[in-house]
Design a protein around this ligand. Sequence first.
Ligand code: GDP
Length: 189
Amino acid sequence: MKLEFLKSAASSEGWPQDSWDEVLFVGRSNAGKSSLINALAQRKLAKVSRVPGKTTLLNFFNTDKRFRIVDSPGYGFAKRSGKEVLRWRAMMESYVNNRQNLKGFVLVMDVRREWSEDEQSLFDLSKNGGHFFHVVLTKCDKISKNKYLNISRKLQKQLDTEVYITDSRTGLGVSALRGSVVSYALTKS
Ligand code: GDP
């Protein structure tokens, strides 16, 4: 899958004006979201989301399959001020609640972290809008196979959703995820 950076947008005026379907990638800071998107793209994309002071931008990437991946700023940085958290939330809610193009969420999560209120509120936001919601567990090289299989099964059961096991270093699970993102994005609802 080819990925090409299209644009960044701070608010709805900056969203692309067409009907391409979009898959929103969300994740806690440092979860491995950039590494995963690079692995999906099979090349290194610019880390536009890391520009200082630009923590509340959505980054739009066009794929060669005529749908888009939308990268959102990482949440949960302890040093973020309350104001920044509110801005992040407002931007996400505005996008999720108003964007007709949005088809689904991919939540990128470090396999060693617990499912918390932050993840639950993103899950609820997606379900309220009737979107698909997939979980991608990253950094599975950091724990044993038994452990990550257990974590994955538990989450699958708890959320009744698809859970992918990945490791961007070796590429474990990346092609399965790529195939699934493409097929879900292209399924007409
Ligand atoms: P982001 O903040 O979610 O975009 O996270 P990054 O992709 O920048 O990754 C954060 C850190 O985790 C970096 O040091 C990466 O090299 C590391 N990392 C990302 N994915 C993996 C993985 O699958 N395995 C391991 N061991 N490290 C990873």
